[in-house]
Every structure is written in C-alpha cells, then in structure tokens.
Design a protein around this ligand. Structure first.
Ligand SMILES: C[S@@+](CC[C@H](N)C(=O)[O-])C[C@H]1O[C@@H](n2cnc3c(N)ncnc32)[C@H](O)[C@@H]1O
Length: 276
C-alpha cells in the first residue's frame, strides 16, 4: 500500500467509488489514490487518507463521494479522438436515417454518454452541423452527459485552449469557433449556434432511470466501459441499447470490446455496433 494509506482505508475508498460509479480501482492503484487525494484532504482540513476514508465511511456524504469519484476518474479526451467514428456517423449512419426523419418530422437524436470535458459531443456537433447545412428542413440535437458535474460545467462553457482545437479541420474551426481576445487570448469558444445544439446533463450510467426519454439514432459511449468490470459493462450496454431506435448505432472506444457480453448488436466496424 502507498505511504499513509492503510489497507482498510483503501478498501473503503475503492468500495465507495464502485458503489457510486461502478469504476473498478485496481489493487495496484494505492499510490495514484494517495497522490490524487492529497490536495483535497488538505483543503478540507483532514490529516491523512485514513481520516478521509473514516469520514466518508461514517458520513456517506454524497457530495464528497462525488468529489472522490471525480478525483480518481480519468477524463482524458480530445477533439476528433478516434475520428473514424465521427466520419462513420455523418457519411454512413446518419444519411440512412434522413428519409425516415423527413417523413416523421422528428429530430435526429445523438447521445454522447460519457462526454467528459465536451470535446466528443462538440466534435459530433461540428460534423453533423456541416452535414445538416444541406438539410435545413430537419432538426437535430445532441445529449451530452457525464457523471462528473465538474466536467459538465467546463464542457457547457465550450471554451478551449487553441492547442486543443488543433485536430479540428480549419474550415470547421473558422465557421464554428470564435477566438478569444484580451483576457481570453489563446483560447477559443464554440459558437452559440453550435453550443445550442448540445444539451448537457448529469447522468450516471448506473442511475436507476435515465432522464433521456426518446430513443437515440447513435449513442457514443467511448472510453468509459474499460473502467468497469464485465457485469457492469454488460449492464450499461444493455441499458444503452434499450435507448436506441431500431437500426441505431452504439459506438464504443477502439480499445474497448463487447467480448463476453450478450447483446443484440451486429459489429459494423471497429468500435461501431448496430441494433438489428
Ligand atoms: C476517459 S473519459 C471519455 C471521454 C470521451 N467519451 C472520449 O472517448 O474521449 C471517461 C469519462 O467517463 C466518465 N464516467 C465514469 N464513470 C461514469 C459513470 N458511471 N457514468 C457516467 N460517466 C462516467 C468520467 O467522468 C469521464 O469523464
């Protein structure tokens, strides 16, 4: 165990993280836990991780448990990450839905279900907006959700460092971002017309009921299943698949797999599955 972290405290913290988020913290992550929690523990006036674990064990303070999950979870993401998925969406998947949407008058619905700091749903919004320019008769929207309120608050502002938007094609960058000046030098902001297409809300993939009521044409749930055990992964996939329209798509990360999970999907390309 890492210095200052007893086995009991470790078990308490890992158990709380699992119960709240289903994230599995491996047995070799003691040092990571200590490092990530140190500042937080200081800031709330406790002296050690053991005290922190005792505090959480006794109080089960939901805000502090959320803070704990936030601190230990990985939020890494970037614009056009695993970009083939976005091109698949606009070049292959979405065009097949358009005739039906025209007839029914209903919107195209997309969901980024572990959106972190927003780069994934905004990338989707960029390519979909570009496609839908030719179809002003149709409406569309993206639900972007995450378990982390901190990430959602950041994402909702839509402000990124210029280095972060380097993967964005120049034409899309010029059309959908505005550069920051003065105090905002070195940053840019997603324009309101695009931000308005993305609706952020907090959703834990394991909460009893999802507040998303309409079925979705495509759900991106990428680079989060890898933090769950098989049983939790199966549960999340089953629930997301229930949220798809017939013929809808579930997109997972390229280093994730549905191996060992029973599902009603056919594999279409790397990371992309379709409800049949
Ligand atoms: C590595 S990021 C993935 C971001 C993006 N999907 C991508 O592929 O670039 C994983 C995100 O999953 C979120 N997360 C972890 N457990 C979750 C849960 N139970 N429900 C919803 N989101 C969760 C984390 O807060 C984090 O922002």
């Amino acid at each position: 165990m890492a210095e200052g972290l007893s086995n009991q405290a470790y078990q308490t913290l890992v158990g709380l993280v699992y119960r709240h988020s289903h994230i599995r913290v491996g047995p070799d992550k003691g040092l990571m836990l200590s490092n990530r929690l140190r500042k937080r523990i200081d800031s709330i006036g406790l002296r050690s991780i053991d005290e922190y674990a005792d505090y959480l064990h006794e109080t089960q303070d939901p805000d502090e448990i959320e803070e704990l999950v936030d601190l230990i979870s990985t939020n890494h993401t970037h614009f056009f990450r695993e970009e083939a998925h976005f091109w698949f969406a606009v070049r292959t998947a979405i065009p097949t839905f358009l005739p039906g949407l025209q007839t029914s008058g209903s919107p195209l619905r997309l969901w980024s279900a572990a959106c972190s700091s927003g780069e994934e749903p905004y990338t989707l919004a960029l390519v979909v907006a570009d496609l839908m320019q030719q179809r002003p008769d149709l409406s569309w929207g993206i639900t972007a959700s995450d378990i982390s309120n901190r990430m959602l608050a950041f994402a909702e502002r839509g402000i990124y460092r210029m280095e972060s938007v380097e993967p964005v094609p120049r034409e899309l960058l010029e059309r959908y971002f505005q550069r920051g000046y003065d105090a905002w030098e070195g940053t840019c902001r997603v324009k309101a017309e695009l931000r308005n297409q993305v609706h952020f809300q907090r959703i834990n993939l394991f909460q009893p009921r999802y507040p998303v009521t309409e079925r979705q044409h495509i759900i991106f749930c990428r680079n989060v299943l890898m933090y769950f055990d098989n049983q939790s992964r199966a549960m999340a996939v089953e629930r997301l698949v229930d949220m798809l329209v017939p013929g809808g798509y579930l997109v997972i990360g390229n280093s994730e797999s549905l191996f060992g999970i029973r599902h009603k999907l056919r594999s279409v390309q790397h990371g992309v599955y379709q409800l049949v």
